[in-house]
Unconditional design. Structure first.
Length: 385
């Protein structure tokens, strides 16, 4: 159906203003002919590394490949275990499984991110890495995760697919662990016109390994040290990414302002995400509210022409693809509770103030029909960041 207020709108005025510049650069690319790992890919890698405050960035084909190749360069493989969150997009666990390692899940807190105490319980002699997922664009508790991983010699990766530009104390997402993994999917705040990904690290050795991992294991034009993937960010997408990078902070600023409208108006009806603090700054890739009446509210908003999403209704450990891992309903109670309550409201750039208030008016209308549906928005103190 055609929504009055769609959740997604890729053709914004800001993006339209970039089209002629991008097409002009693509025409120059055609004349140069450096379509694969060309000068624009290198330019984007340098620009993104500088943006994140790290030494190196490596462009790849997708966010999944960013995680997969990062695990491979760390030597993760059959017999190993990698701990991550069960409420992420399934690509996080899929990347682990595709190395031959076993995905091991740990429950999350009510801020949607990994609970470090639960991670610590699941570490074994086979644990090679932990992947913290900055879900919705809100940074994980990386200080606690870092302490746990450093004490045991375990690598710490960031799945920062939704969190470009998010800050945890003085550092940006991508500079908080040993390796940061980003998606450049068209729905992300930093995006390309197709699939793409990028990996960040401060290790020159890891960066060198990643460049080989993404390109058939080649160490020169004619010599491959090991069989590997073709997972290169192509030059056309790098051109788009460079233009997108110029706008990524303004996109986050607009989303924070949009989120403020929801914080101001919805607190009496639903449980709200954390605003963050002066030290922890989210980017609101997604704005998730919580209510036990989620399905009814979603249907009501849809009847008013307002599109919403659920990120994500089926946790990874309950996906058919994960049956072989042996998990069952009830294994991760916080994650499973959240999966039944979360609802993502439109928060994208391009929404007008009138749009945002129309969403809030509709939520008001839904709960006002039955005041008993209202719930407190206060999260338990120990669950907040």
């Amino acid at each position: 159906m055609a929504y009055k207020i769609p959740f997604i709108s890729l053709a914004t005025d800001a993006k339209r203003s970039k089209v002629d510049t991008i097409l002009g650069e693509i025409r120059k690319l055609f004349e140069r002919g450096d379509f694969i790992l060309g000068s624009k890919v290198e330019e984007f890698e340098h620009a993104f590394a500088n943006y994140c405050g790290v030494g190196h960035a490596v462009g790849v084909n997708s966010g999944l490949d960013a995680i997969l190749l990062s695990l491979r360069v760390l030597g993760v493989g059959p017999g190993d275990e990698v701990i991550t969150a069960p409420n992420s997009y399934l690509a996080t666990a899929a990347a682990i499984a595709l190395t031959g390692a076993r995905p091991v899940f740990a429950d999350v807190r009510l801020d949607f991110n990994l609970d470090p105490a639960e991670v610590e319980k699941r570490i074994t002699s086979r644990t090679k890495a932990v992947i913290g997922v900055h879900l919705t664009g809100f940074p994980c508790e990386m200080e606690e995760l870092s302490k746990i991983c450093r004490a045991r010699g375990i690598a710490l990766l960031e799945d920062a697919a939704q969190a470009v530009g998010a800050r945890f104390y003085r550092k940006k997402a991508g500079a908080l662990g040993d390796i940061g993994c980003f998606s450049l999917h068209p729905l992300k705040n930093l995006h390309v016109w197709g699939d793409g990904g990028v990996i960040t690290t401060n290790s020159a050795e890891i960066a060198k390994g990643l460049r080989e991992q993404r390109n058939h294991g080649l160490v020169s034009r004619d010599v491959s040290d090991f069989f590997s993937y073709n997972s290169r960010l192509d030059s056309v997408q790098a051109i788009v990414a460079l233009e997108s990078l110029l706008e990524v902070d303004s996109v986050a600023s607009v989303r924070r302002l949009n989120a403020e409208v929801y914080f101001d108006r919805l607190a009496k009806w639903v449980k709200l995400p954390s605003k963050g603090t002066s030290e922890v700054q989210p980017v609101f890739h997604v704005f998730q509210i919580r209510t036990e009446k989620r399905d009814r509210l979603k249907a009501f908003l849809e009847s008013k022409g307002i599109e919403t999403k659920i990120h994500y209704p089926v946790p990874i450990h309950l996906q058919p693809a994960a049956n072989y891992l042996g998990y069952k309903a009830g294994d991760f109670p916080v994650c499973e509770r959240l999966a039944g309550e979360i609802l993502s409201l439109p928060v994208r750039e391009g929404l007008s103030l009138e749009d945002l208030h129309e969403v809030c008016d509709a939520v008001d209308s839904f709960f006002s029909l039955s005041p008993s549906l209202a719930q407190s928005n206060t999260l338990p103190r120990e669950q907040t960041v």
